[in-house]
Design a protein around this ligand. Structure first.
Ligand SMILES: Cc1cc2nc3c(=O)[nH]c(=O)nc-3n(C[C@H](O)[C@H](O)[C@H](O)COP(=O)(O)OP(=O)(O)OC[C@H]3O[C@@H](n4cnc5c(N)ncnc54)[C@H](O)[C@@H]3O)c2cc1C
Length: 401
């Protein structure tokens, strides 16, 4: 049986795992990145639709407030490849029509509630508690609530307000919102390639055992891998399953993280087949979708693309296409590409901040690192921050600090 030794093995090739592999390789650690899909990126998933035109199935944008990410991109020599996303407004789809957001707001209610912004505190509040107080219940129900659900691609009401819109300083020398040619998946692929870590795609970890030197991983194809440190950078549920036989209490803790699914469908059409003017996207009010994000933000003369992020389990493909036809006023039969995927995102409730403390404290002395979007927040920069925190702990454990 083939046996290979690594100082660090990272399971999960989304941005969290790629960031950890980059940091470890940069510090000279012999590192292996394992991913079960045949591609890197996880929720950074760019689908090549037609003639060089791509659509995003998961995340759409990075921002110049993502300082940790920008530092990594600079170290990988990717900063010159960034392309700016044009600023374009979103519309609300409400009552069977596309409406501008201001036209759906009650300004009287807004004016009477907005002064509360001066004294409002996010600590201990849910998203709904905090934002409803600032914009008023009607404005929250009609506009801001659906907009925040669209930001998270999840019901946002019960999420701790502290996890939403963290204050971060902007790097003005970079575009305010950016992507890469080919889409955001190229970001994960570019970081991994520049880092030079060993990578295995399309592999499934069968069993994880612990021994005196670290961990032993048995892959489904019979290979055995040994490592001194192990990093799990998968959704919490997948990490829970993999750790059940080796760290049962921690696995139980990870299994408590609530997750939701998002069914995403992207449709690409020739420019002439869409009458609707260029648009940033659409937010659904009482609709089966959270948002429809447009590709118009990156200019293309030939094609237009729209990714609808649907609530799970409500519509089959035919009904999704009928919904898209209704919202965009297009004929799906004229599309040149349709692509579907399912994403998983954490959906934390008010108990989550306490959960983070309870989970991270016992980890302290274990040669096990946990990265992902179920700690400080789901934004790509939150994943980068968590990877940096865990890398600092790895440095301590490895006795290098
Ligand atoms: C629709 C949508 C829109 C979003 N928009 C934005 C946005 O515009 N800006 C932003 O900042 N953030 C956005 N996000 C959030 C952000 O994209 C994610 O939170 C982040 O990319 C998650 O990265 P991750 O590496 O932690 O997890 P993931 O991307 O989920 O990666 C985990 C990886 O682990 C792999 N894996 C799972 N189980 C195993 C296993 N047993 N063995 C090996 N590998 C395994 C998976 O295949 C996956 O590749 C969006 C997310 C979604 C879904």
């Amino acid at each position: 049986m083939e046996r290979r030794d690594y100082e660090l093995i990272v399971i999960g090739g989304g941005i969290s795992g790629v960031a950890m592999a980059h940091l470890a390789c940069g510090s000279g650690m012999r590192t292996l990145l394992l991913e079960k899909q045949p591609r890197l990126g996880g929720c950074l998933h760019s689908h090549a639709a037609a003639g060089g035109f791509w659509v995003e199935m998961g995340a759409h944008s990075c921002f110049n407030s993502y300082g940790r990410l920008i530092d990594v991109l600079k170290r990988c020599g990717l900063q010159d490849r960034l392309i700016a996303r044009r600023k374009m407004s979103f519309k609300l789809y409400a009552g069977g029509a596309l409406r501008s957001i201001p036209s759906c707001l009650s300004f009287t209610e807004l004016l009477t509630h907005l002064p509360r912004l001066l004294t409002a505190r996010k600590q201990g509040q849910t998203v709904r508690g905090y934002y409803e107080a600032i914009v008023g219940p009607k404005n929250y129900a009609r506009v801001l609530g659906p907009a925040l659900n669209a930001v998270l691609s999840q019901p946002a009401d019960r999420v701790p307000a502290e996890l939403m819109f963290r204050k971060r300083s902007r790097r003005r020398e970079f575009p305010s919102s950016f992507s890469l040619p080919g889409g955001l998946q190229a970001l994960a692929e570019g970081i991994a390639a520049a880092s030079g870590c060993d990578t295995l795609l399309g592999v499934t970890v069968g069993e994880i055992r612990r021994n005196t030197n670290g961990y032993v991983l048995s892959l489904a194809d019979g290979r055995q891998l040994h490592c001194r440190f192990l990093c799990l950078a998968t959704p919490a549920g997948a990490a829970a399953s993999m750790l059940a036989g080796v760290h049962a209490a921690l696995a139980g803790q990870l299994a408590r993280v609530r997750h939701g699914m998002i069914e995403s469908l992207a449709i690409t059409l020739r420019r002439g087949d869409v009458r609707l003017g260029d648009i940033g996207g659409v937010i659904g009010q009482d609709e089966p979708f959270y948002s429809a994000v447009s590709r118009d933000v990156i200019e293309n003369d030939a094609y237009r693309g729209f990714t609808f992020h649907f609530k799970p389990g409500l519509l089959d493909r035919e009904r999704k296409l009928a919904c898209i036809a209704r919202v965009l006023g297009i004929d799906p039969a004229r599309s040149i590409d349709i692509h579907e995927t399912v994403n998983t995102l954490p959906c934390p409730g008010p108990e989550h901040l306490q959960w983070i403390g309870e989970t991270t404290q016992p980890l302290d002395s274990l040669p096990l690192l946990l990265c992902g979007n179920y700690f400080a927040g789901i934004a790509i920069e939150d994943c980068m921050s968590r990877a940096h925190e865990e890398f600092a702990r790895l440095d301590r454990l490895a006795g290098r600090l």
